[in-house]
Design a protein around this ligand. Structure first.
Ligand code: ZN
Length: 315
């Protein structure tokens, strides 16, 4: 069993990437597994199959296989998670230098995730479990699980597009059954967070041999070539026949049992791929300048400024 973990910042197209990967032969996309104990199970959120998680046969079987049911483990993990995998604990998670009580809690948390992955593989029959959690803290933690074969896709999107998306007010969480709104960040705050998370992704990539970088803009512009290259780089090569669901600028996706994520979770069938670049015309100049200034080294590093941009647009 292998885990293909999508790392990066939210609103970068990870739900789409996760579902494209989950449609590969031998793979299953599970969604954002770092939300399963904290939100998905306790709030009985909707699964990608449209059913509330408590009525989804797949997740009921996974819960039984991993823990003998979700009841007790979910509450315990929801209590442990904010204590052990916070962003501020990344130095501890990276080095393993931490108080003994913390490491005991971490081991318990990681044991549950190890069981979860193995149960997802067993119930689905897949060899590759795609986890779109994105969280770098979660990924630093997962690297401590013995014998977990972890492959990393570092997904990046132009931070000005990410900031524009996080600035929108009043967007409802698509899987929530109570209609609560998605969080927001101001452009400077998002830019600072994005920069910190990108730095952590770079550290993870540099120290993990099976890592690939995927730009959102390339994924929607040249999906087939982008996926093939990334899969090759993480040691999971795909041939043309494995990518029959991916067209030149479109993808055909069935429903999945992925949890959490964006609105695209619930779109099925033939999906046209278009870059979401509304920020280019809709983002206020001041906000755009702030984000550009704060993220400039990485903007250059990822090729968003300073050389020809995707699809011929200059940044
Ligand atoms: Zn389901």
């Amino acid at each position: 069993m292998k885990v293909l973990y999508i790392a990066g910042v939210g609103r970068s197209g990870s739900t789409l990437l996760e579902r494209m990967l989950g449609a590969l032969p031998g793979a299953v996309n599970a969604g954002e597994l770092n939300a399963i104990f904290s939100r998905v199970v306790p709030q009985d959120q909707r699964c990608g199959c449209e059913q509330p998680i408590s009525r989804c046969r797949f997740w009921t079987a996974v819960g039984e296989e991993a823990f003998g049911g979700w009841g007790a483990v979910s509450a315990r993990m929801a209590e442990l998670q904010p204590r052990v995998v916070r962003q501020r604990h990344v130095p501890r998670l990276a080095t393993g230098v931490a108080p003994a009580a913390y490491l005991r809690d971490l081991d318990e948390y990681l044991d549950a995730h190890d069981r979860l992955y193995r149960a997802i593989a067993a119930v689905s029959g897949a060899e590759v479990v795609v986890d779109a959690s994105k969280s770098t803290a979660q990924l630093f933690a997962l690297r401590r699980v013995p014998d977990l074969d972890l492959r990393i896709l570092h997904l990046v999107r132009d931070p000005r597009g990410v900031a524009h998306s996080w600035g929108k007010q009043g967007i409802r969480k698509p899987q929530s059954r109570t209609g609560d709104a998605m969080g927001t960040y101001s452009p400077p705050r998002l830019a600072a967070l994005w920069t910190a998370l990108e730095l952590e992704c770079s550290v993870l990539a540099a120290s993990s041999p099976r890592t690939a970088h995927v730009r959102y803009e390339d994924l929607v512009d040249r999906p087939r070539a982008t996926l093939r290259q990334a899969l090759g780089e993480v040691g999971l090569p795909a041939d043309e026949g494995d990518l029959v669901h991916v067209g030149r600028r479109s993808v055909v996706l069935g429903r999945s049992h992925g949890v959490a994520g964006s609105r695209t979770r619930f779109v099925a069938g033939h999906i046209a791929l278009r870059p979401d670049d509304a920020w280019r015309s809709a983002m206020p100049t001041g906000a755009r300048r702030v984000v550009t200034a704060l993220t400039l080294p990485q903007l250059i590093g990822h090729g968003y400024v300073g050389r020809r941009h995707v699809a011929g647009r200059a940044a």
